[in-house]
Ligand binder design. Structure first.
Ligand SMILES: O=C(O)c1ccccc1NCC(=O)[C@H](O)[C@H](O)COP(=O)(O)O
Length: 213
């Protein structure tokens, strides 16, 4: 089975083209203004329209109000809504029902106890993303280039499609997949040449390494 790959924080037509040519399954648009990768709904719409087809478009939101999700969906076709904040299971279910778009819920993992979230969110989400829990003083709830202990993922029975994230790079992604058993991976910082700036060679190297070279 081919490993699914999501390139997150795509903020230019070039980055979208590089992800597509390298064979990414998903690209993420970050609708969170404090992020160095943030895009507006209009920018995401223009980037998305620069390439017909290609990777599925994921809109990443952090505790969004309905108006932001509505504006993003009006400007850019989104195949998946990623929720990366402190949304409750009820709110995840509400967003899924209201917008009729599959939802991926990000779960912050630092210890085995954090895996309890899998059972809470699996019934209301279409996909899960196991990401490193951000440090308490972090400005961003994700995209921090920080890994968690990958083997922890094997301790949870995850009944939905899921991606592993957090500090992945071309150099460590194969080991991360082997340790965690992940069927897919998500990366942002590890394919950037500077914070918020994607790199064509790193995207290609990451996807090759994830899929066994
Ligand atoms: O990437 C961001 O700037 C971001 C901001 C706010 C919430 C989530 C964010 N990224 C989430 C992702 O999907 C990242 O790919 C994931 O956290 C891994 O990031 P990294 O460790 O930088 O590869």
């Amino acid at each position: 089975m081919s490993i699914a790959v999501k390139i997150c924080g795509v903020n230019s037509p070039e980055a979208l083209a590089w992800a597509a040519e390298a064979g990414a399954d998903f690209v993420g648009f970050v609708f969170f203004p404090p992020s160095p990768r943030a895009v507006t709904p209009e920018q995401a719409g223009a980037i998305s329209a620069s390439l017909a087809g290609g990777p599925r478009r994921v809109g990443l939101f952090v505790d969004p109000g309905d108006a932001l999700v509505e504006a993003a969906l009006a400007a850019a076709p989104l195949d998946v809504i990623q929720l990366h904040g402190e949304e409750t299971p009820a709110r995840v279910g509400e967003i899924r029902a209201r917008f009729g778009v599959p939802v991926m819920k990000a779960l912050g993992i630092a210890t085995e106890a954090d895996l309890a979230q899998v059972a809470e969110y699996a019934p209301v989400a279409d996909r899960l993303l196991l990401d490193a829990k951000p440090p308490p003083d972090a400005v961003l709830p994700g995209g921090n280039a920080a890994p968690f202990e990958w083997r922890l993922a094997r301790l949870a029975a995850i009944p939905k499609p899921w991606l592993l994230a957090g500090g992945l790079t071309p150099a460590n992604v194969a080991e991360a997949i082997a340790a965690s058993g992940a069927p897919g991976v998500d990366v942002s910082s590890g394919v950037e040449r500077a914070r918020g700036v994607k790199d064509r060679g790193l995207i290609r190297a990451f996807i090759q390494a994830a899929r066994g070279g």
